[in-house]
Write a protein of this length. Structure first.
Length: 470
């Protein structure tokens, strides 16, 4: 197979294998058979797929199957989320294209025509396959851009001109995720970073929106597609550094697309009709694939929900989202209640889809405070999560009762150095977990100084199973 095709196959397969290996402690497809339930089976099949690409579908299906089973069993974890869904979706699509090619070649041999060039040139088929797979992936960027144009109660340029994107980084830092502010806080220059983000807020908004909208037409030129994909990877690295949100699968896949686009451009291997068809697929992809729309307004109205471990000797320690392993993204996003996460009318990290809420939060944040309490259904759901996680932690703990949870393919990474007390904790000493809900009106002055005004607080205790004897 051509190198530009193999690059996509191998990158997707590598993401599947790495993800399966990284999640081996929590992998659970729900089979009764021990062999079928083992994570090593799809990993071995994935390694074989580097030699036999048609096998590439099986690790992807195993990944998705495990996700679906865990979500069904625990009522946690959303299928089709941005942290992983591009991997199984695109891998299965590519595998089906490989299957179609195999059938065509076998049919050719049966008709004494093993040479595909007379009816379906291999290079053309593979290049068209790469374009279609890329188009499905680019649809995520395009619809995220379109979503920003049509957020409720806003105009086409409201997101660009009014959204304070820097709040996302500030909140991520305050909550305790890996950000450059938290990395440099000891040096006393994190205020300068905040000032820089405020200064560049509008140019960053413009660059992101224009780049995402260009995803619709970039496939008309393989060279431009390669350049735009490099921009997307730079954007993802910036997102990780500023918020702790790590689109590592997207970064790897984008790098493979840059390689493939560059080769295709040099060979002039993709005709105009195929490139135009790719643009059509960008628009139509949501009809058949999971396409995420990452569009919202950022505000200073923050509802912060932090889990705390309560030990038998009375200590209370903040718990990092990394501790929750396969549920770490749910805990990091802090969406524990509906319709809002706390005393302010906003969602994850102070975000909202409504321009009116954004403007009200900016003009009179304390005036937006409302009553808040967890419903019985939300409490039951959280109790199930914490009971399951404590049971899993007890099984994974070493002889000292410590759990190694940071080395895991998290989508959102808590900063390990901010939770050292919990990382050293004997997990067997935990008698309950507490959810501390605090709402803040966050503002930033021109010097980069952040002010957090508390406007609401509530705590909920969740006892867990009795610790095992030591």
């Amino acid at each position: 197979m051509p190198a530009f095709f193999n690059a996509i196959v191998f990158s997707l397969n590598a993401c599947c294998i790495f993800y399966l290996f990284g999640t081996r402690a929590t992998y659970d497809p729900g089979f009764a058979n021990e062999i079928l339930n083992s994570v090593w089976l799809p990993i071995v099949v994935g390694l074989i797929a580097f030699r036999v690409p048609s096998f590439v579908m099986w690790p992807a299906l195993a990944l998705q199957w495990s996700k679906a089973h865990i979500a069904a069993e625990t009522n946690w974890g959303s299928l089709g989320t941005a942290d992983y869904i591009i991997v199984p979706d695109l891998t299965v699509l590519l595998a089906l294209m490989l299957a179609a090619l195999t059938v065509w070649r076998v049919a050719g041999r049966l008709h004494n025509n093993s040479n595909l060039s007379t009816s379906a040139d291999l290079t053309n088929y593979c290049s068209a396959s790469v374009v279609v797979v890329a188009a499905v992936h680019l649809s995520n960027y395009f619809y995220s851009g379109v979503g920003k144009l049509f957020l409720p109660n806003g105009g086409l340029l409201t997101w660009v001109l009014e959204n304070k994107t820097y709040f996302l980084s500030l909140h991520a830092s305050d909550i305790g995720f890996i950000t450059i502010q938290n990395m440099l806080k000891g040096l006393g220059i994190h205020f300068e970073i905040t000032r820089l983000l405020m200064l560049l807020n509008e140019p960053i908004n413009i660059a992101v929106l224009v780049g995402q909208l260009l995803a619709l037409v970039c496939l008309l030129s393989m060279k431009r597609a390669a350049k735009l994909t490099v921009f997307f990877d730079i954007m993802h690295v910036g997102i990780f550094v500023l918020t702790g949100i790590f689109f590592w699968k997207w970064i790897i896949l984008n790098a493979a697309f840059v390689f493939s686009f560059t080769l295709l451009a040099k060979r002039n291997a993709v005709d105009f009709s195929t490139r135009f068809y790719g643009c059509v697929v960008v628009v139509a992809a949501p009809l058949a694939f999971h396409v995420v729309t990452l569009a919202w307004y950022d505000t200073g109205a923050l509802n912060e929900s932090q889990f705390e471990a309560v030990t038998m000797d009375g200590r209370i320690l903040p718990v990092p989202s990394n501790f929750f392993l396969d549920s770490s993204i749910d805990v990091a996003q802090q969406s524990f209640s509906h319709p809002y996460n706390g005393f302010l009318p906003t969602g994850t990290w102070g975000t909202t889809a409504d321009a009116n809420v954004m403007r009200s939060a900016a003009s009179d944040c304390p005036g937006q405070v409302t009553s808040f309490s967890l419903s019985d259904a939300d409490r039951t759901r959280l109790s199930i999560l914490l009971q399951r996680q404590q049971h899993l932690a007890l099984n994974l703990a070493n002889r000292n009762g410590n759990v190694k949870y940071d080395i895991y393919p998290h989508h959102i990474w808590s900063a390990p150095w901010l939770f050292q007390d919990f990382s050293k904790l004997d997990i067997r000493s935990v008698k309950s977990y507490r959810l501390a809900v605090q709402s803040f009106c966050v503002s930033v002055d021109k010097s980069g100084q952040v002010r957090r005004l508390p406007v609401g607080e509530a705590t909920y205790d969740f006892p867990v199973r009795a610790p095992v004897s030591r």
